[in-house]
Ligand binder design. Structure first.
Ligand code: GDP
Length: 345
């Protein structure tokens, strides 16, 4: 039985097995946050929202929360979706969630992340409205996250929000990033599979190349395929994919064309699901899943360490060193050595 469950686990439409599979209860940690996680696992979305709000902020409780829930994480499959504003990310995400739920997927979460906005709301409110069709589905959780300006910002908070959702039994987490830029690329890269959305007229292949998002794509979606100039976007994209250097056996990103505005008549969403499944199978078979997760852990640790160091250095004797460097009595290399020696033991 276990092997059958394993075989199923992670398939987009069969991830209930994943969500239910015997993870240790967070309450084993016996903490207040642990019981909050238990409530979230039992389907209390207000408890879940409180936990995500907690990790969005700079509360010192985040540390113990993450420590407590860590043993119950690592099973969720994370899909990142990025692209320029207006290409149809929310519409496609909504259609994807609908297709997955209709095909029997377990709990699905959507995190809409806006690195450039200091507020939740605004453009994100629009996303929520477009995804209202899922408002009555208690197995679907949709949440916006925006930078609150604290240390490390969203880049630090998003992995923690993913952990919370994972521990709460969401076997599939879609991270939708609003906009195109370095911060969005970084957040999309937290996913196991990264989907880059393009559409004719906006966020076309050339713009995507400039923004550096072609490199992170595991799959391309050319949305608004009902528009005639979508063929040109596909052609440009094919050209760029063909030009990219790829090692033998490496994944070649497929292009899926979609029309995502017709509700029940959405086109290409089924193909997107099966291409995502194929990518997931490749990730596991090639060892790339493990490599990516290790790489992400490495980056997360380094980012946290740098953030802590930067804060310490800012409160340190850098001013005294700076005036010596400025008046020519100390060279900057020796000053940097002194600063490090003072703070890194
Ligand atoms: P986002 O900013 O990337 O999240 O884009 P939205 O999902 O908000 O979509 C932007 C606009 O494009 C909306 O008015 C959608 O109705 C429309 N749209 C989305 N998908 C399609 C599509 O496949 N074809 C057409 N013609 N319009 C679409």
């Amino acid at each position: 039985m276990a092997s059958e469950a394993d075989a199923k686990a992670g398939r987009l439409a069969g991830s209930e097995a994943d969500a239910k599979a015997g993870r240790p209860a967070a309450s084993e940690a016996g903490s207040e946050a642990g019981s909050e996680i238990d409530r979230a696992r039992a389907g209390d979305t207000r408890a879940l929202a409180r936990l995500i709000t907690l990790v969005e902020g700079a509360s010192p409780r985040v540390r113990s929360l993450i420590k407590d829930l860590l043993p119950g994480t690592g099973r969720a499959r994370v899909i990142g979706l990025t692209g320029a504003p207006g290409v149809g990310k929310s519409t496609v995400t909504g259609a994807l969630v609908g297709a997955l739920r209709a095909a029997g997927a377990g709990r699905v979460a959507v995190l809409a992340v806006d690195p450039s906005s200091p507020f939740s709301g605004g453009a994100l409110l629009g996303d929520r409205i477009r995804m209202q069709e899922h408002a009555t589905d208690d197995q679907v959780y949709i949440r916006s996250m925006a930078s609150r300006g604290h240390l490390g910002g969203l880049a630090a908070a998003t992995p923690q929000a993913i952990r919370v959702l994972d521990a709460a039994g969401y076997g599939l987490i879609i991270i939708e990033t609003v906009g195109v830029g370095q911060a969005e690329v970084a957040i999309a890269s937290l996913a196991d599979s990264v989907v880059v959305l393009l559409a004719p007229g906006m966020g076309d292949a050339v713009q995507a190349a400039k923004a550096g998002i072609l490199e992170v794509a595991d799959l391309f979606v050319v949305n608004k395929a009902d528009k005639p100039d979508s063929h040109q976007v596909v052609r440009d994209l094919r050209g760029m994919i063909a030009l990219a250097d790829r090692a033998p056996g490496a994944w070649k990103p497929p292009i899926v064309t979609t029309v995502a505005m017709n509700g029940a008549r959405d086109e290409g969403i089924g193909e997107l699901v099966s291409r995502l499944d194929a990518h997931w199978d490749w990730l596991k078979a090639s060892g790339e899943l493990e490599r990516r997760r290790l790489g992400r852990a490495r980056e997360e640790i380094t980012a946290l360490a740098f953030a802590a160091l930067r804060q310490r250095l800012a409160q340190s004797s850098v001013d005294a060193l700076a005036s010596r460097v400025a008046d020519g009595t100390l060279d900057p290399f020796a000053a940097a050595d002194e600063l490090i020696a003072e703070h890194v033991r």
